[in-house]
Design a protein around this ligand. Sequence first.
Ligand SMILES: *[C@@H]1O[C@H](CO)[C@@H](O)[C@H](O)[C@H]1NC(C)=O
Ligand SMILES: *[C@@H]1O[C@H](CO)[C@@H](O)[C@H](O)[C@H]1NC(C)=O
Ligand SMILES: *[C@@H]1O[C@H](CO)[C@@H](O)[C@H](O)[C@H]1NC(C)=O
Ligand SMILES: *[C@@H]1O[C@H](CO)[C@@H](O)[C@H](O)[C@H]1NC(C)=O
Ligand SMILES: *[C@@H]1O[C@H](CO)[C@@H](O)[C@H](O)[C@H]1NC(C)=O
Ligand SMILES: *[C@@H]1O[C@H](CO)[C@@H](O)[C@H](O)[C@H]1NC(C)=O
Ligand SMILES: *[C@@H]1O[C@H](CO)[C@@H](O)[C@H](O)[C@H]1NC(C)=O
Ligand SMILES: [Zn+2]
Length: 636
Amino acid sequence: MWSFVLLLVIFPAVSTAHGGGDHHQELITDLNQAREFLASYNESLSVLEYEATLAGWEFSTNISDHNEQKEVEANLVYAAFINEAGQNASRFDDTTFPDDVRRRLSKIRDIGTAALDSAKVEELNELINSMTDNYSTGTVCRPENASVCLQLEPGLTRVMANSRDWNELVWAWEGFRDRVGVPNKPLYARYIELSNEAARLNGYPDTGAYWRSYYEVEDLVGQAYKLYNDILPLYKQLHAYVRGIMHKTHGDKVDIKGRIPSNLLGDMWGRFWGNIYKQVLPYPDTPDIDVTDTMVAKGFTPLRMFQLADDFFASCGLKRVNQKFWNYSMLEKPSDGREVVCHPSAWDMGNEQDVRIKMCTEVNMEYFQIVHHEMGHIQYYLQYADLPTSFRDGANRAFHEAVGEVITLSVATPTHLSHPDVGLLNDTMGEVDSQETDINFLLKTSLNTIGTLPFSLALEQWRWDAFAGTVEQGKWNERWWQLKHDLVGVKAPVDRTEEDFEPGAMFHILVDYSFLRYFIRTIIQFQFHKGLCDAAGHTGPLHRCDIYKSTAAGDKLAHMLKLGSSKPWPDAMEAITGQRSMSADAINDYFAPLMTWLEETNRKNGETIGWDSGGVVYSMSLTLLLACMLVATYAV
Ligand SMILES: *[C@@H]1O[C@H](CO)[C@@H](O)[C@H](O)[C@H]1NC(C)=O
Ligand SMILES: *[C@@H]1O[C@H](CO)[C@@H](O)[C@H](O)[C@H]1NC(C)=O
Ligand SMILES: *[C@@H]1O[C@H](CO)[C@@H](O)[C@H](O)[C@H]1NC(C)=O
Ligand SMILES: *[C@@H]1O[C@H](CO)[C@@H](O)[C@H](O)[C@H]1NC(C)=O
Ligand SMILES: *[C@@H]1O[C@H](CO)[C@@H](O)[C@H](O)[C@H]1NC(C)=O
Ligand SMILES: *[C@@H]1O[C@H](CO)[C@@H](O)[C@H](O)[C@H]1NC(C)=O
Ligand SMILES: *[C@@H]1O[C@H](CO)[C@@H](O)[C@H](O)[C@H]1NC(C)=O
Ligand SMILES: [Zn+2]
């Protein structure tokens, strides 16, 4: 299969160092031998990783049995190497070695699912392939015409983004889950077993615990729930405002004091609410900062969108992508009949000369922002390309996700869109620089940031529970909706039972991709934004800052990106923000004017804030050990 499996194969856990190893063998204390081992590891890995990632690329951009087979084979070779290298790394007693050598060795000992025997590595890859196939190729047919059938991209996605017809939204929502979620359930159950087995072989109680260990902090779960509580007042205001408008459109289908039906939020999962912006727009008589129509009118192409993104990075003194990127990336859905995995992703082929993006770009503002997101991953790859392979990764996974989002915060500002170099907005329609435009902009930005935070936490909490076995398989869907009800304040548009399986229709769940990264990145991207805007000498409200052409901001960002994962993430955070911890202060500052506006508007409209919540109970004991990972692919 494709590169998420590559990811999976190399998902490292700590460590044969603690449990494994040959007790009869003397541990090696010679630093020179360690350095030799690291050099040879680095050389071999560059080659093997490239081969495995390339096989993944071939499969994702051309789904076929043949390409799947080749991908599985390449991953077996790769996994065998990772496993052997992990054992070799455990033969060193590294207590007297310098920090960077110890850190590299510990990353190599971290072998993830390569700890499984090869039959199980293969089985796991095939499971993920089958689930992804179901996801990418599944179709839902129109009730009125069974010969009109839509895949997720672009068909069902467009319905979820644009339709305001309740029945059509239920049809797409339910149909996709029937067609993809339900068939994936037995496969997912087996995936959980194998994934947990790998985690245990590496010294963790289950995969959730293993994933949390990447963050190298104590009480990660407690910190995440604290951040959730810090943004909850703003989320509840936004939620009430959106619910009030949906109630006007859909009447009794939306309980004015209750939870929002999740088919009304602009995408298949209720994850990103950006597509409902036109429905919830505060001030319609102002320049349209959703520049989709202008992009279309001006003849924008996917290529042009990527070129503009490249220009933005270059304007801050950051790196441009190379010619190979333009030659090998898949920027649009192929029209030659190939099946592809459309979910946007950015690829580091494991060889510093070759980075690529795969996505089925459409010309609209949402995709314009996704383009910047993926280009942020690429920028990270380019900046840390000189590091040894073990350090070529984000400071943590959330950092990797935050880079493109930080750029997007500048790119989407009305000031930037109306810059002559971009030309997507001008003030013939009215003041770009007005308080009303500010509120429109903040509301629009909040839909994909504030609006998505509880979603991300609830999703990952469900997986932590499923991995840990604290929720039994017979109650998987019930737990899913319980978390949605309590944490997110949304509900299913139609009755659900244990015959259904919502998690099986969510990309990141199927491809073994941890999700807390999206929660944390949404918090820290605002800390980064503030740090970069300070460097750029920005004055005035934070939400008006555009770092375009600021090499001071670019230098600061580059300095952090170049660290890769060579240092614990608080060092990287400090390089850019001066702070060493995660905090919701920056995101709350950024949205302060919107908070005031929402409070007034909701009060005026007589909205009830919040929803009936049963309160959330969680408890978890964590074993936190030093662990990081090597990553070849990042998604949106
Ligand atoms: C897709 O893969 C098949 C092998 O399964 C190959 O024959 C075909 O040429 C590939 N198509 C493209 C466009 O690369
Ligand atoms: C592991 O060590 C053995 C013995 O030194 C060596 O032959 C082998 O190439 C090493 N393998 C890896 C992947 O480091
Ligand atoms: C169903 O859709 C097909 C393909 O678009 C079209 O040719 C056919 O006329 C439609 N049938 C009906 C009954 O609308
Ligand atoms: C979809 O899931 C089923 C299991 O329910 C599996 O047998 C099948 O292979 C999957 N479909 C594809 C196209 O992989
Ligand atoms: C990119 O493609 C062009 C045109 O096909 C070719 O001339 C050039 O050598 C390629 N460059 C790279 C780096 O692959
Ligand atoms: C790691 O290997 C790559 C590819 O051979 C090489 O370019 C790079 O210099 C090596 N880095 C180190 C630190 O050994
Ligand atoms: C400003 O926008 C209007 C309407 O979209 C357009 O007709 C006009 O050409 C634009 N002016 C500039 C300078 O881009
Ligand atoms: Zn991403």
